[in-house]
Design a protein. Structure first.
Lengths: 251, 279
């Protein structure tokens, strides 16, 4: 899915864990390019109905009136999650899991494209370890909220679907120039990406050719499988959303 | 590198629990005069099975990341599952999930959010009941575990190595178990040797010895024997033990001696921590 929504070009690609079906994919992404909003979420596999919750969170960010105010718009997605999972009688373990709720990370990004006279801007809010990496030119990168590959762990902050306190989001922002690219990635892919960069490689160069192909989904699947087999990519759901802000012509 | 195989539906692992059901298990735990060792272990193991099921369950059902055996040894050496699974040895976790003996409703106190406590009902599935009787045929139990694991390894040669956890309160009455333990630990998948962890329960108020790395400092011959039978904790479990505040060092073994109920629960939790990395 490679779309040009001037002044943004963007593309979202994903692949479930190996030996898993498309229905078992538990990350999610959402986009409103006209509003310059994008979100990626990672449902915690151990929780029930996590893929649904990740999708509601990503869509919630993109649609919220004040997306930065996470606690302010979370009630809606939580109600929708409850409504969608309530109903059928479940075995004892399903009931326990449903009562515990689902959990997911969330990375939400707002993008304002640059003009010839002033740089654009990206603003991001994150709970957990779904990452944004901004690449400028051939080497300058900025990663948020996890900055190095060694900082990924097994216990990221998560947002629950059943109420309870919301972990305070981390916020970051920065200028956006023509030619910059934003890579939004769930943890396994982000960890690989940062590790490759730390090893002196330019992982974004591997992504570029995927996006220019006629069927980027297939190219992405092949590429991710190769990385899992031979380049240390953890076998987890993989989601990549690339944003290339073009330049808005000035009136 | 051994002990790194991912645990998945396509490549599950086996967890075998050996449970001493000798009559001495009817005696109370140290510090808990109202709770027999058998009852304490009964609760701990049923809760552990519940947690394994919850870790394996997804929206569409339970994924078979594990095959589980519960072997009791006392008057006889046999599957300790009761109800629909009675008599079965290694069973996929989905069958465990769907075939408890019964689901009890228990009440626990939880916060009412306003500084008080209210009763909360929760479901507590039960797969076996403690029925201690007879002596401690540990050698036969280890041989039975070997039988279970051997069949599993033949079907899953690349699996994360099966984990056997032995919970006992006494000395074996059917000979020296070291040979049977060696044979069990001698079995291997392509990812490493079978892991055997031992927990010795205490009815005396004595300081538990948790995950020792050396024989010196162990109180007696029996403790040294169980230590010798126990596998070293592989790196991920060592990390888990460290994170749980256990005094571990690089060669720490999966062994606790003079364990009270808290130490047994920790032992079971750390020994099965591989469940955290299923996918």
């Amino acid at each position: 899915m490679h779309r040009a929504d001037p002044p943004l070009r963007w593309c979202a690609l994903h692949l479930p864990k190996s030996d898993h079906t498309a229905e078992e994919y538990e990350d999610a992404w959402a986009a409103d390019p006209a509003a310059g909003r994008f979100a990626v979420a990672d449902g915690a596999s151990e929780s029930a109905f996590a893929g649904l919750w990740a999708r509601l969170l990503a869509e919630g960010f993109v649609a919220a009136r004040r997306p930065r105010d996470l606690a302010g718009w979370l009630d809606g997605p939580r109600r929708r999650w409850s409504a969608e999972v309530s109903g059928p009688e479940l075995p004892w373990y399903g009931e326990i899991k449903r009562a515990q709720g689902a959990f997911a990370t969330l990375l939400g990004v707002r993008v304002r494209a640059p003009t010839p006279r002033r740089p654009g801007r990206w603003r991001a809010a994150a709970v957990g370890d779904t990452c944004l990496v901004r690449v400028r030119g051939d080497r300058h990168i900025q990663a948020f909220p996890v900055e190095t590959s060694s900082a990924f762990g097994n216990g990221p902050e998560l947002i629950g679907s059943r109420g309870g306190p919301v972990p305070p989001p981390e916020y970051a922002s920065g200028p956006l120039r023509a030619g910059d690219r934003l890579f939004l990635m769930t943890d396994a892919l982000a960890e690989w990406f940062l590790h490759a960069h730390e090893s002196g490689r330019r992982p974004w160069e591997a992504v570029d050719p995927l996006l220019s192909l006629g069927r980027p989904e297939e190219a992405f699947a092949t590429w991710v499988k190769q990385l899992r087999d031979g380049d240390g990519l953890r076998d987890d759901d993989a989601t990549l959303l690339v944003i290339e802000p073009g330049c808005v012509p000035e009136e | 590198m051994p002990y790194t195989a991912p645990i998945s539906r396509a490549n599950p692992t086996a967890l075998v629990f050996l449970l001493d059901q000798s009559s001495s298990m009817l005696e109370p735990f140290a510090g808990l005069p109202d709770k027999s060792k058998a009852d304490g272990v009964f609760d701990a193991l049923n809760r552990l099975l519940q947690n394994l099921v919850l870790k394996s369950s997804r929206a569409e059902g339970v994924r078979d990341f594990f095959h589980v055996a519960l072997i009791g040894y006392g008057g006889r050496v046999a599957s300790a599952f009761c109800g629909p699974l009675a008599g079965k040895d290694l069973v996929p976790i989905s069958q465990v999930a769907n075939n408890p003996l019964r689901v009890e409703v228990r009440t626990r106190k939880v916060s009412d959010g306003a500084g008080g406590l209210i009763d909360d009902e929760c479901k507590f599935p039960v797969w076996f009941e403690a029925r201690p009787t007879g002596r401690t045929p540990m050698c036969a139990a280890l041989r039975k575990a070997k039988e279970c694991v051997q069949g599993f390894l033949a079907a899953h040669p690349k699996c994360y190595p099966p984990i056997v956890m032995n919970i006992t309160d006494g000395e074996p009455t059917d000979g020296d178990p070291r040979e049977a333990a060696d044979e069990l630990r001698g079995l291997a998948s392509s990812d490493g040797n079978v892991l055997l962890f031992n927990a010795h329960l205490s009815d005396k108020e004595a300081q538990p010895v948790r995950f020792p790395a050396e024989e010196s400092g162990l109180p007696d011959r029996h403790a040294r024997m169980l230590f010798g039978m126990s596998s070293e904790l592989p790196p991920k479990l060592l990390e888990a033990a460290k994170a749980a505040g256990m005094p571990v060092t690089p060669h720490s073994r999966g062994f606790v001696f003079n364990a009270d109920l808290v130490a047994v629960i920790r032992f079971l939790d750390i020994g099965t921590r591989v469940a955290q990395s299923v996918r």
